[in-house]
Write a protein that binds this ligand. Structure first.
Ligand code: FHN
Length: 436
């Protein structure tokens, strides 16, 4: 007869199981290196978003496969035309640096499932399926490491190509896949791809997920995927563009085409601002992936204003370019990035390393602050007298740059600033004052 374990052994097994269970279900507690990475992220303020893949061959944006109802059989030949011989990763990274950007977030895989690196999980990738045959992410990761720019990967949960992305969600119904598939097998595939990205490309600053909104009720096994990423690279920051309040395991919260708290885009009806670092992303024209006919370019002034308003809302700004299939970045994008960089070289003190300031954002401007100074960014105010909201205290105010003192009058609990005449060439009149 088998001997029953002693009460003592049973107690040890029970205690061990409880410990294991509590480990498995415990809320995520970011380690010190992750918290430090969050601080770095918040200080960095400005990043370059890159949407690039075989869709750029069509020049109609990254949704072309779904919008034009292209089947996989008809979409695959695009890869044969993707040969970006003009791709110069060092030049891209220098362009981002000159624009004052501190990090790059590039699409490792967008919704069309195409991998921009030498993945072993599918031949639907830039090395196996294109005449280019070179690993784009490897080249960019190496260039970023050389230039001291951090690299994030945008990774789509949604997949219009993989057979196991089933049941289908809201999109991808014209791809011609059989109506079968094992969703957990798809998630295993995705985890295996993420493992490659987090083990073969050096330190990765974070993973920027997108697409769970395609199947909002599915079990995406986010806990498991997030735990994998945090185990492989504890400092890598996880963000998810699910347009909702953050989930456990996420390290920053993102907003698309909206400042935190806004819902002009219609993407953010439920995106309550949480306690995590914030980021907002926006396009220069109306497209993420290369769109040859979209000429609705935002002005440099508009983009600087968005950067400043984001900083005033305590958020980073991730500004997008969609490179051409050749690897070139169109001149309209380059010009604007160059001009933003020139502006940041002069005014960066009032942006980098700051957090949202004491004055709540107004239509006419916002405030930022660091440990020593408050910066009032006056973006759209035609007059010379500017009344501040009640309760805002100013100490030794002066015009940023010239240090010219700014006269003030107190009216009750409010302060009125006496500004110099606005000049037509200034994007942002900044008044700085001391915090202490
Ligand atoms: O569908 C994507 C879109 O193509 C693009 O990647 C943007 C970037 O924020 N996010 C999704 C839409 O929410």
């Amino acid at each position: 007869m088998p001997r029953l374990p002693s009460p003592c052994a049973r107690a040890i097994v029970a205690a061990f199981s409880l410990l294991l269970l509590s480990r498995l279900t415990a809320a995520y507690e970011p380690p010190a290196e992750n918290l430090a990475a969050r601080e770095w992220f918040q200080d960095a303020k400005f990043g370059l978003f890159i949407h690039w893949g075989v869709y750029s061959v069509r020049g109609q944006g990254e949704w072309v496969m779904n919008k034009e109802k292209i089947s996989i059989a008809d979409y695959e030949p695009l890869a044969a035309q993707f040969n970006p011989t003009a791709f110069d990763p060092d030049e891209w990274v220098r362009m981002a640096k000159d624009a004052g950007m501190r990090y790059i977030t590039i699409t490792s895989k967008h919704h069309d499932g195409f991998a921009m690196w030498a993945t072993k999980q599918t031949r639907w990738n830039v090395v196996d399926a294109t005449p280019y045959r070179r690993d784009v992410l490897r080249q960019l990761a190496d260039a970023c490491a050389r230039e001291g720019i951090k690299l994030f990967f945008y990774h789509s949960h949604l997949d219009w190509y993989h057979p196991d992305y089933f049941p289908r969600g809201r999109t991808g119904h014209a791809s011609g896949r059989p109506e079968t598939g094992d969703f957990n097998r798809y998630l295993d595939f995705m985890d295996a791809q993420l493992e490659e990205l987090l083990t073969s490309y050096g330190p990765i600053a974070g993973i920027w997920f997108d697409g769970v909104w395609d199947k909002p009720d599915a079990d995406w096994r986010l806990d498991r995927t997030y735990a994998l990423i945090h185990r492989l690279q504890p400092a890598a920051l996880i963000g998810n563009n699910h347009h909702l309040a953050p989930n456990d395991g996420e390290d920053f919260q993102m907003f698309e085409k909206d400042l935190p708290g806004q819902n002009r885009s219609g993407y953010s009806p439920n995106a309550k601002i949480g306690a995590l670092p914030l980021e907002t992303c926006e396009t220069i024209n109306g497209a993420w992936g290369y769109n040859a006919s979209d000429k609705r370019f935002k002005s440099t002034r508009d983009l600087i204003h968005y950067l400043v308003r984001a900083a005033g809302s305590n958020a980073n700004f991730l500004l997008n370019v969609g490179p051409k299939p050749s690897g070139e970045i169109q001149s309209e994008f380059r010009e604007r990035l160059f001009e933003i960089g020139a502006w940041l070289r002069e005014h960066g003190e009032a942006i980098y390393g700051t957090r949202g300031g004491p004055m709540p954002s107004r239509a006419w401007g916002v405030s930022t602050q660091n440990d020593t100074h408050v910066y009032l960014h006056i973006l759209d105010w035609p007059d010379q007298l500017l009344p501040l909201p009640a309760g805002i205290r100013v100490k030794n105010p002066r015009l940023f740059g010239s240090n010219r003192p700014i006269e003030i009058t107190s009216v009750g609990d409010s302060v009125v600033l006496h500004l110099p005449e606005p000049t037509t060439d200034s994007h942002d009149r900044i008044v700085v004052w001391d915090r202490n």
